[in-house]
Design a protein around this ligand. Structure first.
Ligand SMILES: [Zn+2]
Ligand SMILES: [Zn+2]
Length: 335
């Protein structure tokens, strides 16, 4: 059986969503270049400079960043995780739909119908859409939070944080174990929340609402490239109270202890606010990226491909040892 046929059998999203997912890497790259050029034009105008394509491309793809040893590892890991955004979207939303409807029908069978019965009309449609969106974004936050706060998960997630320069390729820099765990966690976690909340409102988990949220997350993929780049993109202080600006994720990668364990969110920044981990910058901050100031340069444990794959597993043997955390003093599961 061809891989694409197998993919269609497993993933229940409609054909047009499959087609959009297939074009995702191309669309995301095109949106990075397009928005990057627009951004450059805007900055050049502000500085009173005339537009130059050569200068624009140099500013979008600076050679020192792309030739940095850290970028070399991004490139080596890329073939292992290239399908990550597509798999996360397709598998994530399919498992959300399946788990959500299973949980909702189980609750209905064991506890009877909810007193609220908002089964149709625009209120039901809005609820179905909002609950899927919020549940998936919260699942994204929670998965990232756990990968920082649980010692053996942090050892695995460190591969993403050992990047010393951020380029769009860093978006794919994850240990394969993290990819598998992420895929297994997000959809079912969001599905349980979606099923339980929609049961209370007396409405179903809607396939079309789920597909719309999946399509939105595909469109949002373009901003990932700015999250992992040298370009500082802020939505402003007010909008950042609701949304995660790309620069807020750059702060998440900073080696400065005051930035550790901040800004775990993906689309919304409200989860970080609720968990006390939100950091909205006042203005542009000068950042150095990496795990910490010790494990950097020649002491970076992931300076080679073998190191990046083996060091996390060798040090991640599941155990409760807060000293393995980036910030042991802030261990939320400690005594
Ligand atoms: Zn992180
Ligand atoms: Zn990142």
């Amino acid at each position: 059986m061809k891989l694409s046929n197998l993919w269609h059998r497993i993933i229940i999203l409609p054909d047009h969503t499959h087609a959009a997912l297939g074009k995702l890497p191309l669309l995301a790259t095109a949106s990075y270049v397009l928005f990057g050029l627009l951004f450059y034009t805007w900055s050049a105008r502000k500085e009173g400079e005339s537009f130059s394509l050569k200068r624009a491309l140099k500013s979008l793809f600076p050679a020192d960043l792309y030739l940095h040893p850290s970028s070399k590892l991004d490139l080596l890991v890329f073939p292992l995780t290239v399908g990550l955004p597509i798999a996360l979207t397709a598998v994530g939303f399919t498992s959300l739909l399946w788990t959500g409807e299973t949980v909702r029908s189980w609750l209905q069978a064991t506890m009877g119908a909810s007193a609220l019965a908002i089964s149709s009309g625009w209120v039901a449609t809005t609820l179905q859409f909002a609950v899927v969106f919020l549940a998936m974004d919260f699942a994204n936050f929670m998965y990232h939070y756990l990968f920082h706060k649980v010692p053996f998960l942090w050892r695995i997630h460190r591969v993403h944080h050992s990047a010393e320069v951020l380029t769009p390729l860093t978006r794919w820099r994850f240990h394969p174990v993290e990819v598998v765990l992420e895929l297994s966690f997000k959809g079912p976690f969001a599905g349980i929340i979606t099923g339980a909340v929609l049961y209370l409102f007396g409405t179903k988990v809607s396939t079309s609402a789920t597909v719309i949220v999946a399509a939105m997350s595909v469109a949002f993929e373009g901003t990932f490239f700015f999250r992992h780049s040298h370009i500082w993109v802020s939505y402003g202080r007010l909008a950042s109270r609701l949304l995660c600006s790309p620069c807020m994720h750059q702060i998440h990668h900073s080696i400065d202890p005051k930035h550790w364990d901040k800004n775990f969110g993906l689309m919304l920044s409200i989860w970080d606010y609720l968990f006390g981990s939100r950091h909205i910058p006042e203005g542009r901050e000068q950042l150095q990226f990496g795990i910490n100031s010790e494990e950097i340069g020649e002491r970076n444990p992931h300076s080679s491909f073998a190191g990046a794959l083996l060091e996390p597993v060798a040090t991640a043997i599941p155990r409760r040892n807060a000293s393995l955390l980036r910030n042991p003093a802030a261990d939320p599961f400690g005594p």
